[in-house]
Design a protein around this ligand. Structure first.
Ligand SMILES: *[C@@H]1O[C@H](CO)[C@@H](O)[C@H](O)[C@H]1NC(C)=O
Length: 404
């Protein structure tokens, strides 16, 4: 019996082992299959949402070089915020370990997948990004533009913007930054590059640059001779914050008064301060208007555009400045509200008005302290004043002097 039992046991041992192994193998393959399905699903989900996780570029790299996934996204938002970020990247690359440099380029290489999802929006997303832009370009007459350093006094009002708008990203765009911005965002449109490079004077260059900046990045552009009176977050009345994509102010409202030389509209919008969500069509139209105006001016003066030198103040205002800006903004407003026939229809506004996705402020919004247009000019700061323009004329001193 004992022998037989032993025999049975010993003869069944390999059989049992084989049976066990085959079950284990089934389980093994089962686990592999489930793992493959999960991997495929993960690849599909991450790939589909383009979260920036790039399996292709991760695989060959040593583990130590892999950045945490959230860093990848953070790098994408931090890079464009200002000169310091750019400098830091430039100085890091030569000193950083090779693997880190690869990570940097890997991130850049990974971004095209993200930018593919950033095709120009069909409808503009309302909301003003938390960015403040000012422009400080050397005057055309500056001998050595490369080494241009402004008198710090020019920026004496800028702290009002910083103090009232903590956590906003502030960028002071200079000559180099302006050139780079235009090349980076509009480099494929030679007409824009040529117009920017060949602008007859620095005021017109600054004009064009502000529209390009707001078109590409959005935020608030404001001249260096403006004072912030209220936090930008409070500019748009609460009830329309989910609708306003552009904020424009009135600088001139003729009302029932006489016209002024150089001012061709009954109501004129200012462009010393503009707030916008990026990608609004009004800026593309403004750029087209500028290009057309430059052609018209070249034809009128009988010289190629690059040789336009002395333009009078109206020619400046009607090509890149407030007269041209008013034409373009008003045409946009008319698209939203065909009952508008003339800027006069916006005369006597005493509170902000949302037309389409453009919020039009009344005169005191951006234009308080002026001796016309029923602007509050008695030394007090009215409730609805958001910005004060000091007319220091950093860019077009001669023009402003003639007007005021
Ligand atoms: C303003 O400029 C536009 C575009 O160049 C032109 O058609 C128009 O005649 C100009 N306006 C005046 C009053 O000169």
């Amino acid at each position: 019996m004992a022998q037989q039992n032993e025999l049975v046991a010993s003869s069944s041992w390999p059989a049992q082992f084989l049976h066990y192994v085959s079950r284990r193998r089934q389980r093994f393959y089962g686990v592999i299959a489930v793992a493959l399905v999960m991997l495929a699903a993960a690849t599909f989900i991450y790939g589909g949402f383009a979260t920036g996780i790039d399996f292709g570029s991760y695989v060959p790299r040593p583990k130590a070089a892999l950045p945490p996934a959230h860093n990848d996204g953070a790098a994408g938002t931090v890079v464009p915020t200002g000169a310091h970020g750019g400098d830091a990247v430039q100085t890091q690359i030569p000193t950083a370990p090779v693997t880190q440099t690869q990570t940097q380029t890997g991130d850049d290489a990974g971004h095209p997948a993200q930018t593919q999802t950033q095709t120009p929006p069909v409808a503009v997303q309302p909301g003003i990004p938390a960015k403040i832009w000012q422009i400080l370009l050397p005057k055309s007459s500056s001998k050595s533009k490369e080494s241009f350093v402004a008198d710090p006094q020019i920026l004496s009002d800028t702290p009002t913007w910083l103090a009232m708008n903590t956590d906003y990203v502030y960028t002071l765009v200079g000559q180099k930054g302006g050139d780079e911005f235009v090349r980076k965002h509009f480099g494929t449109d030679q007409r824009i590059v040529d117009a920017y490079t060949g602008m007859p004077n620095v005021g017109m260059k600054s004009d064009l640059l502000r529209y390009l900046i707001l078109s590409a990045e959005g935020g608030v552009y404001t001249d260096t001779d403006t004072v912030a009176l209220r936090p930008i977050d409070e500019w748009v009345p609460e009830g329309v914050r989910d609708k306003a994509a552009v904020v424009v102010g009135i600088e001139w409202d003729r009302r029932d008064g006489p016209g002024w030389t150089d001012i061709s509209h009954w109501v004129q919008f200012c462009q010393w301060t503009i707030a916008a969500a990026p990608g609004h069509p009004v800026f593309g139209k403004m750029v087209e208007r500028i290009l057309a105006s430059l052609d018209d001016l070249a034809a009128a003066h009988g010289v190629p555009f690059g040789q336009l030198a002395k333009l009078d103040s109206f020619e400046v205002m009607n090509s890149t400045g407030p007269a041209a800006w008013t034409d373009v903004v008003f045409a946009q407003l008319q698209e939203y509200d065909p009952s508008l026939t003339d800027t006069k229809d916006l005369s006597y506004m005493d509170e902000p008005k949302l037309i389409g996705d453009i919020l039009v402020l009344s005169i005191d919004g951006f234009g308080m302290g002026q001796p016309h247009s029923k602007s509050t000019n008695d030394g007090t700061v009215p409730e609805d004043a958001l910005v004060r323009h000091l007319f220091k004329g950093a860019w077009r001193g001669d023009k402003r002097k003639r007007r005021i």
